[in-house]
Design a protein. Sequence first.
Length: 315
Amino acid sequence: MKFADPKNDLAFKKIFGDIHHKHILISFLNSVLDFQDERIIVDISLANSYQIPKIPELKETILDINATNQKGESFIVEMQKKDLGNFTKRSLYYTSKAYVSQLPKGKDYTSLKKVYFIGILNFNIFENKNYISRHLIINQETNKQDLDDFEFSFIELPKFTKELQEISTSLDKWIYFLKHAQDLRLIPKEYSTIQEFKDAFDIATQTTWDKKELEVYEYISLKEFDEFNALKTAERKGMEKGMEKGMEKGMEKGMEKGMEKGMEKGMEKGLEEGLHKGIKTEKIEIALKALKQGLDAELIQAITGLTEKEIKNLI
């Protein structure tokens, strides 16, 4: 049995964003937000329920979760695998946008409902030691939450280090599932008797997916892996090229002045040339690999950004 990586955008939306399996998302939200008693979510509606996106339009497709509970409160859940910077600002933007969109023209402000933002990150951004942190708007003097319509929860997956035998709470189970499901081959006994977890594993079982879902899943996985590799390769080659050119130019102009100015200009130009060359080389390698795997030219073009002519020259 092979489970998909829940951190993959498509798999995440398929598991948590399907209205036909909304009990999974309800369990996840109640666990993350620690809702109990009268605060427990019993029903939700999804603004953008799961559907298979088309690869050409994938960049414009919203793959994250936007739900509303029985009280009209909004919940935004976003999975972010790569640290692209400014994630906190993005979370503020999404939350404020969801808040404002509740108020059609002419309505009273009292109709506005609370918005919860949950960010699941495959990297660290805060100094706290715990893997989950909650962020509220607090009155500095009284330490009270006078402005309570915004609430943020961030889950930093690298900080979750518990082993399977150590997990006990529902929240721990969900975070372990997100982080390790793809490495498992069977549903652990700790999950097998709880319906929402059993269903989450069943949905993540790739043998039940259709061809189109697998194609988009692989496209996203390959894209993420290749973008990371291309960036690292370009950085390394750029640094090497910059060092080499800087040293050559510096030696020509003399030890003192050449090392100061030549290194600076050579590094700058070399980095630029190296980055460009490194990224292009990486794209070609990716295309060759994809051709060997039998992917068609149109899909390879979408993945690499190479032109149709460049891909045909590789055949």
